[in-house]
Design a protein around this ligand. Structure first.
Ligand code: MN3
Length: 229
């Protein structure tokens, strides 16, 4: 069984930039529903007990849209909660700051790229800061689509562009949401951990391992070796 990961902070900890009302509904209703459906559909697809990252990739390979959509959304939201922190924003430091300076000519230019991409993205999806062979980039993906199924892309930070992420607090002002999110909520310490992982310094974010019955028998993978994120 895939679990709904607990929020890494209290529901009111990101207020007023993301309200407790938004966060409770987003986590307790939207994210929970994706996790529940993933449990149901992964079992039917014979994939229960596999790491969620594998389920997302396998569903994509099989073109199993409903499993892909729910599993990818379960993963994306778990990643998204980590991309926010109370008293976030401010400035990245160290290697991440150097990488931002190199690829964007500074944090202000990154903010401009991130907000413009997110505000201009048509309908639902996600705006990401990613790293890859060409350095850092801002991209957006539609609906549940995520970076797990893209080669050469490693996610550092994401913001949810679905209306349920901001409508209670900002109505239709997605740009205003993204600007305040970037300045006050973005978790640069997490993005820096992801960047270090992409450079071989660790595993990077992984969804919590499935629990209880339904966990698959170990396969031929070497013990202790994690699939690449
Ligand atoms: Mn969402």
């Amino acid at each position: 069984m895939y679990v709904l990961p607990a929020l890494p902070y209290d529901p009111d900890a990101l207020s007023p930039f993301v309200s407790a009302d938004t966060l409770r509904t987003h986590h307790g209703k939207h994210h929970k529903t994706y996790v529940d459906k993933t449990n149901d559909l992964a079992a039917k697809a014979g994939l229960a007990g596999r790491p969620l990252e594998e389920v997302v990739r396998e569903a994509h390979r099989r073109e199993d849209k409903s499993l892909f959509n729910n599993a990818a959304q379960a993963w994306n939201h778990a990643f998204f909660w980590r991309c926010m922190r109370p008293a976030g924003g401010g400035g990245p430091e160290g290697e991440l700051l150097r990488a931002i300076d190199e690829s964007f000519d500074g944090l202000d230019a990154l903010k401009e790229a991130f907000v413009t991409e997110g505000a201009g993205h048509f309908a639902s999806g996600w705006v990401w800061l990613v790293t890859g062979p060409q350095g850092l980039k801002v991209i957006s993906t539609h609906d549940a689509d995520d970076t797990l199924v893209r080669d050469g892309v490693f996610p550092l930070l994401v913001c949810d562009l679905w209306e349920h992420a901001y409508y209670l607090d900002y109505k239709n002002d997605r740009k205003g949401f993204l600007e305040r999110w970037f300045d006050n909520v973005a978790n640069w310490a997490f993005a820096a951990e992801q960047l270090a992982a992409s450079n071989g310094g660790g595993d990077g974010f992984r969804y919590p391992a499935p629990e209880g019955e339904g966990r698959a028998a170990p396969d031929s993978n070497e013990p202790g070796v994690h699939p690449t994120v």
